[in-house]
Design a binder for this molecule. Sequence first.
Ligand SMILES: [Mg+2]
Length: 381
Amino acid sequence: MRPFRAVAAAASGSFRGGRNRISPLGPASFRRLASLASSSFGVAFDIDGVILLAHSPVGGSPRALRRLHDDSGRLKIPYVFLTNGGGYPESKRAMELRRVLGVNILPSQVIQGHSPFKDLVDRFENDLVVSVGKGDPATVMSEYGFKNVISIDEYASYFDNIDPLEPFKKWTTEPSSDHDSRRKVDVCSQRVKAVFVMSDPVDWSRDVQVLCDILRTGGLPGKEIGEQPPLYFASDDLEYQAKFPAERLGMGAFRIALEAIFNRIHPSPLMYTSYGKPNPFVFNNAEVILKHLVASFTSGSPQNRIPGIVRNHKFKTIYMVGDNPKVDIRGAREAGAPWFSILTRTGVFKERGNCAEFPADMVVDTVEDAVDFILKRECIS
Ligand SMILES: [Mg+2]
């Protein structure tokens, strides 16, 4: 049996956006909605290395995004954030982006690497599943509808001596509020049915150890070798750009480490599914979500509807603005029409010309240049 990397999930367009509540429509509002609804183009922005470096704006991103809103701050051009990052609920990420960038951003405009995990709720709704990574991965999974999810931090804490290096680790973690003996018995006796790596793991040595324990025993650490439960990664990025001048190791690097070790200690190779860019399905899903975004602005009360405009809405162009040729540009290229790729130089890619391996349709210095190019190309001032 060979390990697999294909993405099984279908494009779901699991959009859960709020509705616009502008009512009744004045002529200006009607013009804005008509312009939004008839928009023949949309934009997807990568976040790390394009909009932000760590938590700070980069490349004039606040000014660039303001141009996609009207004078009163309402959305004028449909756009989403398409990131392989994650670890927090989409609502929290939208709030953080709003605060840092100074524009109104809806949770439905934030598509993270793990957003498609919500499509697996039906399969694992009541099963014990472990979520891994920085941030608050168990809360994200609970919000998606998983009813028996536990973070790897809490899970590891119920197994005495599972991490032999723990006494040498200087940092301290907050004890979980629901860490009690009844919960311990419950968790330790249940088989883990799936593992979800939501965001970059923090304690690689412990997480590799505990995941090997879970995966090679069929979900019961310390027991005999068993069939590997399903393993899902939110993305497979080898590297990403943060504030340090050179790229940092991402979730894909962790996957390589885990896979190399697992394959030495288990008779069958590691099986896993990776989501996130550059999988074309992520781009198809983003297109569906952009269409819903357009629809949500015109589907409020009946008098707000603009009949026929949203129905069968088609984008002539969707611009992918990214900094990573292997992820953003490759994905947009493989997704095909209507995607148009724009590569910035504020992140992973820093060369003068175009990328030789995955050339973009357009290369610019910053996201502000990208928005300027898009608006000029679409004849919007
Ligand atoms: Mg990036």
